[in-house]
Ligand binder design. Structure first.
Ligand SMILES: C[S@@+](CC[C@H](N)C(=O)[O-])C[C@H]1O[C@@H](n2cnc3c(N)ncnc32)[C@H](O)[C@@H]1O
Length: 348
């Protein structure tokens, strides 16, 4: 049975709204897949987790949600899965068909083009879901909604999700020079005042690599998600934080990152990876939220607050994030150094 012959998409692209069209088109080009494949922390973590769980994959039906070039489908097929169904809305799936065939997996992997929410699977239920759905700040792109849809519609009771645990973390950073450059640039652009851009720049979180040495507070887990249990509504969340200052330094912003964990056989350490500044580079880098104030911090001062994250109402793949913070400075000049403020961000 050759399940990889060219088929029509289950979703007519013409019916998608402009945001969805743009989103799926961004995955048509091979460049974005090249970047993901070359992220060896990411790709090898999936492979290691599947290899470590070979016994669990043996003779199982596996669903690869958003299969892209088919890499996770082939890891699963190579490691004992009875059959893998890979689903993707983007045209990259046509390359996945060629690659799967070229590598001799056509009889083990069925590739379906369309939105996961629209395709008809050749099996009523699957034993395992694999998916690489994570976006910047974990939730940007909202692809987790689709994985939860797949779980609720297709996963057998007690089926497994790879990965199944994730968490978001934050800490304070000193980043005066870069923050200054980013904001001050607009003061004088070839002799012209471009400051109307400043509020826009301030609203946008920055995705970039942060040096671990820039982190100058304690770190804190903001929230964790167990994919076996959560619902889409849980992805709009509020979380409080309290960070202790470690050195005498400016705090110019907060850095956020996420950690990922895969299921593990009983008694074995799970495969995990982190996208934090302390960990090896990944294409997710870190996300920086510059604060309204540059806080003059000293050891034992505290930066506490609340982060609220919700999908944007116009485009639910974007995120509205607000951060309320209270910086409580101690010592004789504590009152002057203390600050309280609120920043609103749009991640898009
Ligand atoms: C982050 S990429 C991962 C690709 C591949 N699994 C890998 O690990 O290299 C996510 C893929 O999911 C697809 N995708 C996102 N939402 C989808 C949906 N609702 N239905 C089908 N495909 C979707 C995108 O087109 C994209 O190719």
């Amino acid at each position: 049975m050759n399940k990889t012959s060219v088929e029509e998409s289950a979703t007519d692209k013409g019916t998608l709204n402009e945001y969805e069209k743009h989103y799926f088109t961004s995955y048509d080009h091979y460049g974005i897949h090249e970047e993901m494949l070359q992220d060896s922390v990411r790709t090898l973590s999936y492979r290691n987790a599947i290899v470590q769980n070979k016994d669990l994959f043996k003779d199982k039906i596996v669903l690869d949600v958003g299969c892209g070039t088919g890499i996770l489908s082939m890891f699963a097929a190579k490691n004992g899965a009875k059959h893998v169904i890979g689903v993707d809305m983007s045209s990259i799936i046509e390359m996945a068909r060629e690659i799967v065939s070229l590598n001799g997996f056509s009889d083990k992997i069925t590739l379906l083009r369309g939105k996961l929410e629209d395709v008809e699977l050749p099996f009523p239920k699957v034993d395992i879901i694999i998916s690489e759905w994570m976006g910047y700040f974990l939730l940007y792109e909202s692809m987790l909604d689709t994985v939860l849809y797949a779980r609720d519609h297709y996963l057998v009771e007690n089926g497994l999700i790879f990965p199944d645990k994730c968490s978001i973390h934050i800490a304070g950073i000193e980043d005066s020079q870069y923050k200054d450059e980013k904001l001050n640039y607009w003061q004088d652009v070839y002799g012209f005042d471009y400051t109307p851009f400043v509020p826009l720049v301030k609203r946008e979180p920055l995705v970039d690599t942060v040096e671990h040495g820039a982190v100058n507070t304690t770190k804190q887990k903001l929230i964790e998600f167990d994919l076996n249990k959560i619902s889409v509504a849980d992805l709009a969340f509020k979380a409080s934080f309290k960070l202790n200052v470690k050195t005498q330094d400016f705090i110019n912003g907060l850095v956020a990152w996420f950690d990922i964990e895969f299921p593990a056989p009983k008694g074995k350490k799970p495969v995990t990876f982190s996208t934090g500044a302390h960990a090896p580079y990944t294409h997710w880098k870190q996300t920086v939220f510059y604060l309204e104030d540059d806080l003059e911090a000293e050891p034992n001062d505290t930066l506490s607050g609340r982060l609220v994250c919700t999908p944007n109402k116009t485009n639910n793949r974007d995120l509205d994030i607000t951060i309320d913070y209270q910086f409580k400075a101690n010592g004789p000049d504590g009152k002057e150094r203390s600050r309280r403020n609120k920043n609103s961000f749009l991640m898009h």
